[in-house]
Design a protein around this ligand. Structure first.
Ligand code: KG4
Ligand code: ZN
Length: 354
């Protein structure tokens, strides 16, 4: 079974061809970082326009790199949400158009489901049930993954997502957008214990996250030093900030596994590309007898292979999406009861538990 995946939820236009839910035949990503970088963040209107320009050549490249044509494709999987609605609509409308013209069934996929299944794109993948930590620019959430389509949220961010905190701290420090990879690089030369930035635990058993206080603490620290004409050691700030994020993410995901009595954890989302997070979680996993799985860095950040993969499992359960389905900005996975046009998106049926 060949699935063409399409992703356009934020600032990457991506398309991929996946065979039998296992083999990635192509994975094409057109990043808009250069477009948004001068503004220090994603400009939604620019993102939509760039997606419009990119979608056709990106899909064409994915097909040709896979050595297939549209006539070989058995199903289309497209990100339906969450994300920027104008950006999502480009991919969703494109998929609907292809589906209508070529008679290929299509399915709308939740972007977060794509991330949390992404470890299955690797040879070594987790067994069910497992705990997934999805840490990206839009989300920091912990899930219990019972099977490919039965997913239970255990904790979520109450304000800024982890990646968002990286990006905002990057901006405070005057670094290039997106802040995550730059901070990660600079942190290698800094001391993670130099500045005692706060960790928000939100109660002894809470699996929720909050990173906005940490971001404000960094802003205050930098501001006060500059006001007093004292130097700001950027690598130390980066390392100390990163350590605060990594410590909270790791301790909470380990706690989730312990609370649920589960000995497998998978890490996903753009922040999962962070070296310090990867090594700290691996060490903690070893000391707690918990197996840790994480996709390669390219599959952590936004891509369409993970969307094709999630679509493959929806198709295996005979799910398809109708043409009148809309894009959605907030995931029904994290906001039960929230659904476009008052209807539950097919991508999360048949057995989403909340
Ligand atoms: O999953 P993703 O590509 O897009 C969303 O779904 O949001 O995640 C993007 C986020 C950005 O906030 C970026 O700064 C962060 O992932 N990121 C990192 C690293 N690489 C990307 N954060 C920390 N360390 C990294 N190495
Ligand atoms: Zn993402």
């Amino acid at each position: 079974m060949l699935i063409l995946g399409i992703e356009s939820s934020c600032d990457e236009t991506a398309a991929a061809v996946l065979r039998d839910g296992r083999t990635v035949l192509s994975n094409v990503i057109n990043s808009q970082v250069a477009v948004h970088s001068p503004y220090g963040g994603v400009v939604p209107e620019l993102a939509s326009r760039k997606h419009l320009e990119n979608i056709y050549p990106v899909v064409e490249a994915a097909l040709s790199q896979a050595g297939v044509t549209l006539d070989d494709i058995d199903g289309l999987a497209v990100t339906q949400g969450p994300g920027l609605v104008g950006a999502l609509l480009v991919g969703l409308s494109f998929a609907k158009g292809l589906s209508a013209v070529k008679g290929i069934p299509y399915v709308g996929v939740d972007h977060i489901v794509g991330h949390l299944l992404s470890p299955f794109l690797e040879k070594e993948h987790p067994e069910f049930p497992y705990i997934a930590l999805v840490a990206s620019g839009g989300h920091s959430s912990i899930f219990l993954v019972i099977d490919h389509t039965t997913i239970r949220p255990l904790g979520r961010t109450r304000d800024d997502a982890a990646g968002e905190a990286f990006d905002k701290v990057g901006k405070i420090l005057g670094l290039e957008y997106p802040g995550g990879p730059v901070i990660s690089r600079l942190a290698e030369k800094g001391n993670p214990a130099a500045i005692p930035f706060p960790r928000a635990w939100l109660g002894p058993d809470s699996l929720d996250f909050s990173f906005s206080g940490l971001k404000t603490a960094v802003a205050n620290y930098v501001h006060q030093r500059r006001q007093k004409n004292e130097p700001v050691d950027i690598p130390d700030v980066c390392a100390s900030f990163q350590e605060a994020v990594v410590e909270v993410l790791c301790k909470k995901v380990i706690m989730a596994a312990q609370q649920q009595g589960i000995s497998t954890i998978a890490l996903a989302g753009g922040v999962a590309a962070n070296s310090r997070l990867r090594s700290t979680l691996k060490d903690l996993g070893a000391s707690h007898n918990i197996k840790i799985f994480m996709p390669s860095r390219e599959l952590c950040t936004d891509n369409a292979a993970m969307i094709a993969l999630a679509g493959f499992y929806h198709f295996s359960k005979k799910a398809t999406t109708s043409f009148d389905t809309d894009a959605y900005s907030r995931s029904p996975l994290l906001h039960p009861g929230f659904a476009p046009n008052g209807s539950s998106p097919a991508s999360l049926e048949p057995r989403l538990e909340s």
